[in-house]
Design a protein around this ligand. Structure first.
Ligand code: NDP
Ligand code: 2IT
Length: 449
């Protein structure tokens, strides 16, 4: 793969020289620029207005100290981030990730991708992302609460319901959003829709918890149906066992799929009879234990240490729902060799460029993250609407809207790919369809001197 357009290639070269220590960010930009080459060829007005060089530079990037006191009375210091990448089509919007691997590069790759994903939802949301290198594993409830409060004590001055609306991501779920929301309210004296993923009864939306996983399956179903295939009766691998993985599993099973494996960062479980999701929910959502516990509780299932081995299990459909670069070129080849014909991404950028190339070269039905995991942020957008009108919709109402949005995203990505001579390439289609609306808004709003 290469960036064919000369201008894009130059912009990328300058960006790579300036951000040499940010590999994930550069990976995300390279993929988008490869897709956008035909758009740059066709639109000299975008080049003249500097749209491409502006879109890769965040509007604002905040890095801050988060200090807190652990249960032993020791002072701990972590690093907090918020990137406000692009506000051309709406307030910055995107999750917060708490994980030791969080860096400026990770936050910028996620914030950059969020611009296009949010645009694809058709809701008015710009792109943002944030988080911390704080590791929630092994922390007590009190430590989690104090960390969240300290994090918000700085973040609150940068966000607001019409400015920037964070939500959850890895390591940030309903519990953390509650502590963050409580602290925002204390600091500002305002009860408002500044975060999404709130509890029902505190301004949250029904179906937000399920939305990313359900949306992923709605998208996959649309993509497979278009190829005369389906989910029913298929053998499925799902990596991860967090929020996205659990609700992807729930919807896959509801559609008749047989999920045979799930994982966490320690290893994976294989259950040839099909994963018992009630057991996974009990272990992960209630008791907050490791996935290895599943094998101890379900006879006939096995646990294997090392999470990457999950891709060696024969399957029809793979749903990576854990983290970035979790499928490399070799693992992609193994999936193809074992008969896998579809990959739909629940995680952000889970496939390396070599893996993506392998999927496309072998004609797999391949759903890129920006399109297929957009159901989470789309439902966050619906939560913002409900907060604005001070009403809440029923679960079937939200679910129906989510389903409609995912179908529209598939149609938009498919249409854009065909329009630019890359029929069937949903990576190119999603990047182009997401980009165009943002680029037009940037053009319309002018350049500030
Ligand atoms: P959770 O924290 O709920 O779950 C994350 C899961 O992935 C856990 O099972 C975790 O295992 C595993 N995992 C995390 N990091 C690694 C790693 N480095 N190697 C292997 N496994 C890992 O997060 P979510 O389910 O919310 O997020 C999963 C993915 O989906 C992320 O890429 C996120 O950006 C993306 N996403 C999330 C959305 C949402 O609404 N939540 C929306 C769109 C995308 P362990 O417990 O061992 O760390
Ligand atoms: O990656 C993502 O789209 C998310 N973590 C959800 C963001 C959101 O604002 O709901």
């Amino acid at each position: 793969m290469e960036i064919k357009n000369k201008h894009l290639s130059e912009v990328y070269g300058a960006l790579a020289a300036k951000n040499a220590s940010e590999p994930e960010f550069l990976q995300a930009v390279a993929e988008v620029f490869e897709s956008l080459s035909p758009v740059a060829d066709a639109r000299p007005d975008y080049i003249k207005a500097g749209v491409f060089s502006r879109i890769v530079e965040p509007e604002r990037f905040v890095q801050f100290r988060v200090s807190w006191v652990d249960d032993n009375g020791n002072v701990q210091v972590n690093r907090g981030y918020r990137v406000q990448f692009n506000s051309a089509i709406g307030p910055y919007k995107g999750g917060l990730r708490f994980h030791p691997s969080v860096s400026a590069s990770v936050i910028k790759f996620l914030g950059f991708e969020q611009i296009f994903k949010n645009s694809l939802t058709t809701l008015p949301m710009g792109g943002g992302k944030g988080g911390s290198d704080f590791d929630p594993k092994g922390k007590s409830e009190g430590e989690i609460m104090r960390f969240c409060q300290s994090f918000m004590t700085e973040l609150f001055r940068h966000i607001g319901p019409d400015t920037d609306v964070p939500a959850g991501d890895i390591g940030v779920g309903g519990r953390e959003i509650g502590y963050l929301f409580g602290q925002y309210k204390r600091l500002t004296n305002r009860f408002e829709g500044v975060l999404t993923g709130k509890a029902i009864g505190s301004g949250g939306s029904l179906v937000r918890t399920q939305a990313t996983g359900y949306g992923l399956l709605y998208f996959a179903d649309e993509m497979l149906t278009d190829r005369g295939l389906g989910i029913d009766g298929k053998t499925i691998l799902i990596s991860g066992s967090g929020n996205v993985a659990i609700y992807a599993c729930e919807k896959a099973q509801a559609m008749g799929g047989k999920v045979v494996a799930m994982s966490d960062s320690g290893g994976y479980v294989y259950d040839p009879e099909g994963i018992k999701l009630d057991v996974v929910k009990q272990i992960k959502e209630v008791e907050r234990l490791r996935i290895s516990e599943y094998a101890a509780r379900v006879p006939g299932s096995t646990y294997t240490a090392g999470c990457r081995g999950i891709w060696s299990i024969p399957c029809d459909i793979a749903l990576p729902c854990a983290t970035q670069n979790e499928i490399n070129g070799e693992e992609a080849k193994t999936l193809v060799k074992n008969g896998c014909f579809a990959v739909a991404e629940g995680a952000n950028m889970p496939s390396t460029p070599e893996a993506v190339e392998c999927f496309l070269a072998n004609g797999l039905a391949y759903a890129p993250a920006k399109a297929s995991n957009a159901g989470g942020v789309a439902t966050s957008g619906l939560e913002m609407v409900q907060n604005s009108i001070r009403m809440s919709w029923t679960a079937p109402e939200v679910d129906e809207k989510l389903h409609g949005i995912m179908k529209n995203i598939y149609a938009a990505a498919k249409g854009a790919a065909a329009e630019y001579g890359m029929a069937g390439n949903l990576v190119a289609g999603a990047n182009i369809a997401g980009f165009q609306k943002v680029a037009d808004a940037m053009l319309w709003q002018g350049i500030s001197y």
